[in-house]
Design a protein around this ligand. Sequence first.
Ligand code: ADP
Length: 432
Amino acid sequence: MTAHPSPAAPHGEPGRTPAAREPRATRVLVLNSGSSSLKYQLLDMQDGSRLALGLVERIGEETSRLVHTPLQGGGGVRRETEGAIADHQAALKAVAEELAADGLGLDSPELAAIGHRVVHGGLRFSAPTVVDDEVLAEIERLVPVAPLHNPANLTGIRTAMALRPDLPQVAVFDTAFHTTMPEAAARYAIDVETADAHRIRRYGFHGTSHAYVSRETARLLGRAPEEVNVIVLHLGNGASASAVAGGRCVDTSMGLTPLEGLVMGTRSGDVDPAVTFHLMRNAGMSADEVDVLLNKRSGLVGLCGDNDMREIRRRIDEGDARAALAFDVYIHRLKKYIGAYYAVLGRVDAVAFTAGVGENAAPVREAAIAGLEELGLAVDAGRNAVRSDEARIVSPDYARVAVAVVPTDEELEIARQSYALVSETGPERVNA
Ligand code: ADP
């Protein structure tokens, strides 16, 4: 493991061997690097509080923008800077300057680790991992199965390594939570040799969110994660469902790539694979054009031109038939996955809705659960209508299965996992 800065003044608990940097290094910087963006949050793992967060957008363009929000001590004023930021290195430097202006510089001995969201960890990475050259090479080897995401994630890691080579850089993989899926769920029924030669199988994504939300759902029910079976519905712009049995993922709706499964903002989700060759043979489309069609011009946008659920609901209220169709297709798919994962799990304790749509769109929750009373599922209209940032149950007391709304927090989860890995204090203290 990489060396860490040692504490200036140890003040560990009596009778306890002070760990290398246990007394002071409790902060984790979480980085989520996209191809032209860098999102970040600085958290203090003593209590999981956020000290600052922000976003750099349009990296490499003339009109890059950095939005920084200090949050410590009740929060400060949001700062926005516009101007060309050439690359991720310049972006992270600009972020470091903003943090330093708040007294949160990245050279601080209080920084314990930098946690990186990495989209594809393949089969190799089933847990958060401290990055070294060999780990970088393996993430690179996975680029063919994650061409949009892994290169950007790698750039973020390399940039952070250059800035703080002495600090542990932890990769937290979107796929990790799903590596517990049995072969029966992970295998596509295609020729095994071809599949293995090209690493074709179902990996699943949004794993950090599914892990966090399934655990928080157990907490909401007042039970241990090991005792609880949960269907998690992560409904953001990207959307995925997972079946979690006793804290372990046993099935999830995204596959080799994030295209499979639910209807999403711009992605089709499940389609007959023959749609692809049909379009290539009969519409003269190239593989890349079909890729763009299914990933960017499908889903809610393809069906009605809008991918924001608020706008779709507004149009439905005005009697717009295409918006109504888009909503119906979205709900039908969601209901099918709830039924499928009910069967996969055998017994379900809770269905948890999360992410932008899942947390905010009461009509989606109501419609997805409607008609499932025989499965012990129901939504209480009054509870479902309440708006809140807190995890809550929206099913009636009599329902056999809880329907829950559980806000996701991928950054906190990445910070927790990173800190648990590099800290001698262990996960219990981290999860306090
Ligand atoms: P991402 O996948 O980009 O992280 P989010 O989880 O932030 O997405 O979800 C974004 C989506 O959430 C929006 O496209 C919109 O459809 C939906 N959404 C956000 N707020 C609301 C709201 N108040 N009511 C209904 N839908 C909402």
